[in-house]
Design a protein around this ligand. Structure first.
Ligand code: AMP
Length: 142
């Protein structure tokens, strides 16, 4: 199972935000779209940063409610690990496990073109396992 196949099924839309926006705006976006991270992109479409709910929680823990007025740029992660559409589901799982994060932006020719979250990984891995076990049961029965 490739990332391209997952994106073909789920779509390529990614919720983005400006690094000059506030954490308050980011929090509303996360809640409104029921997602865990927003991506910050450069004018040329390349990934500049990622801000996840964990970054907001950390900012709140350190600064209290006033932290919601801080800029996204002050709390986003700048060294973003991305993958390309030809990556396999297993490779994405390894990237998430090694980096201890739950979101991997997908790029095509260096431009943002989708997002794989831990929810997608679990969903497609489960489907894969169910397919494998159904094939095995069929093989045993035949
Ligand atoms: P998450 O588990 O995705 O909520 O993110 C946990 C931490 O890792 C946060 O500080 C995020 O900004 C950061 N993070 C999330 N995704 C990535 C990624 N693909 N590359 C680098 N850092 C990330």
């Amino acid at each position: 199972m490739s990332v391209a196949r997952i994106l073909n099924a789920k779509g390529r839309a990614v919720i983005t935000i400006s690094e000059d926006d506030t954490l308050r705006v980011a929090t509303r976006l996360l809640a409104q779209h029921r997602i865990g991270a927003v991506v910050i992109v450069e004018a040329d479409g390349s990934v500049r940063g990622i801000l996840s709910e964990r970054d907001i929680v950390r900012a709140l823990a350190e600064g209290g409610g006033g932290a919601l007025d801080a800029a996204v740029s002050a709390h986003m992660t700048r060294r973003v690990v991305t993958c390309t559409a030809d990556a396999s589901l297993n490779q994405v799982m390894e990237i998430m496990t090694a980096g201890k994060f739950r979101h991997v932006p997908v790029t095509v020719d260096g431009r943002l073109d989708g997002m794989i979250s831990i929810g997608d990984v679990v969903k497609y891995r489960l489907a894969q396992l169910e397919h494998e076990s159904a094939s095995l049961r069929q093989y045993i029965a035949s």
